[in-house]
Design a protein around this ligand. Structure first.
Ligand SMILES: Nc1ncnc2c1ncn2[C@@H]1O[C@H](COP(=O)(O)OP(=O)(O)OP(=O)(O)O)[C@@H](O)[C@H]1O
Ligand SMILES: [Mg+2]
Length: 465
């Protein structure tokens, strides 16, 4: 328990020293005061270093109750234990009301003291860890981390904020990589369920027979292999949000069960005969056209209508090109920090190339590209030359930049696919000859052909009589 700072305020020397000794033995950092006013002074100057104050009740100057009032009014995280000689339940109750966490009656049992202190310190540690984790999760998923300032995205954010606090079922559609899961998560994080689980399940990744028991659970012996009872995802997420990804892949049979759970909030486990009630919020997503699936009989119409009451459509990236620079900079910062290149940036020309590309894989594709550009860049600036050919050639922005490896220079030749081999051979021979300043012996040696062959070829080309 090193580094934990405990302040003892006690005018009675024997009791003070005994407590000090008992706690120091456990490696706490202890500082004791005989005078409560001096103690308060110390606490006020070091509020963030102190974890716990143990104070006597009856003291000259300022009594324990007043000290508690003072300490709890500080902007700090200090816990308080009140020690009282009078064992009076009233003063203990009052102290607790004022914000003390615990109390001990005199004579103090040192074993008990250590136990209580340890409990308080551990709880604080746990609380700090939880707070920290929550903050990190909030930051990670928070709304502000969904990048977008295009009118379409702003409109989407508004709808998310409106629908989040309700328990309504939501359908999210959009091409692959547009951020469906991110939006689903934002709905959850902005809802009253945010401190409970967000449980994603991909209906396409799990075989139909297994999906049913994954979702609804099963009773022991429901089928071969069901050796134990299993609780399904609907039950697990009863206080949270269940994200049914790729809903278009769900079998018609399961679709019927899903409709029932949405409408009646109850279901039966596989092999069970008991109706189980749940409060699960359902968010479904798909990149398929559900209307088409309904027409072809692969998706239940009633479920479709039930799902699309609240329908959020995420536009593909190519329809909101204004978001591209923002996303590029966001990912540059993110991956720059991750890969130890925090200063990395992109040239205006390279950015133009990216802005005028169609992004069939949407934000995911953009994110992956930026990460690889960051990893493979040697400089602090990414230029059009660093961008892969496929993207350059499919971008509507035509850059003047020619890739260095396709420029013909003194020690290479440019070969077009489909060029006759004879032509290629001629180019190689003539250029090699030029490279060796007309020295035929060196040329033949480099090309691993006989000197006579070289002469013959040069004659054919009309370069020699
Ligand atoms: N607007 C955005 N801002 C920041 N990151 C985004 C945005 N949209 C998508 N992303 C990122 O792109 C990746 C793909 O997003 P997500 O998984 O939510 O897409 P999806 O629509 O569910 O795709 P699929 O249909 O392939 O499952 C994720 O890493 C996500 O964090
Ligand atoms: Mg997804």
């Amino acid at each position: 328990m090193e580094g934990k700072q405990i302040v003892i305020v006690e005018d009675e020397a024997t009791s003070r020293l005994a407590m000090e000794k008992a706690l120091k033995k456990k490696n706490y950092n202890v500082i004791s005061f005989e005078d409560s006013l001096k103690a308060l002074d110390y606490i006020k100057t070091n509020p963030t270093f102190i974890d716990l104050v143990i104070t006597d009740f009856r003291m000259p100057g300022m009594n324990g109750m007043e000290l508690i009032k003072e300490v709890t009014s500080l902007e700090s995280d200090i816990s308080i234990i009140l020690v009282t000689a009078f064992g009076s339940i009233e003063s203990a109750v009052e102290a607790m009301k004022l914000g003390a966490e615990d109390y001990l009656a005199k004579p103090i049992d040192m074993f008990e003291l250590r136990k209580r202190v340890e409990k308080i310190i551990n709880n604080k540690k746990l609380k700090r860890e939880v707070d920290n984790l929550k903050q990190r999760i909030d930051k990670f998923y928070s709304f502000s981390n969904i990048i977008g300032k295009s009118p379409q995205m702003k409109n989407l954010f508004e709808k998310v904020l409106m629908v989040a606090p309700t328990d309504t079922t939501v359908l999210i559609t959009g091409e692959s990589g547009t951020g469906k899961e991110l939006i689903a998560n934002a709905i959850h994080q902005n809802s009253l369920r945010k401190n409970n689980i967000f449980l994603p399940i991909n209906c396409a990744a799990i075989p139909a027979e297994i999906l049913e028991s994954e979702l609804f659970g099963h009773e022991k012996g429901a089928f071969t292999g069901a050796v134990n009872q299993k609780v399904g995802k609907f039950e697990l997420a009863s206080n949270g949000t269940l994200f049914l990804d790729e809903i278009g892949e769900m079998s018609l049979d399961l679709q019927a069960k899903l409709l029932r759970i949405i409408e009646q909030k109850e279901f039966m486990r596989v092999g069970g005969n008991k109706l189980i009630k749940v409060k699960t919020r359902i968010i479904a997503a798909t990149n398929q056209n559900l209307e088409e699936l309904v027409k072809s009989g692969k998706f239940r119409e009633d479920l479709y209508f039930r799902l699309k009451v609240v329908h959020l459509k995420i536009p593909p990236l190519r329809e909101r090109k204004g978001d591209i620079p923002l996303l590029v900079n966001h990912f540059l910062k993110k991956f720059g920090e991750l890969h130890g290149k925090p200063e990395i940036s992109i040239s205006p020309e390279a950015l133009k190339v990216l802005e005028h590309y169609r992004w069939p894989g949407n934000v995911r594709e953009l994110q992956n590209l930026v990460e690889s550009l960051v990893i493979f860049s040697n400089d602090d600036i990414i230029t059009a030359e660093n961008i892969p050919d496929e993207i350059i050639s499919q971008s509507d922005f035509k850059t003047e930049i020619k890739k260095p490896h396709i420029i013909e220079n003194s020690d290479n030749i440019l070969i077009k696919l489909g060029e006759p081999l004879e032509e290629i051979e001629k180019k190689v021979i003539l250029k090699t000859l030029r490279m060796f300043n007309g020295n035929k012996t060196h040329t033949a040696k480099a090309l691993k052909i006989g000197l006579r062959t070289l002469h013959r070829k040069l004659k054919e080309y009309g370069e020699e009589q």
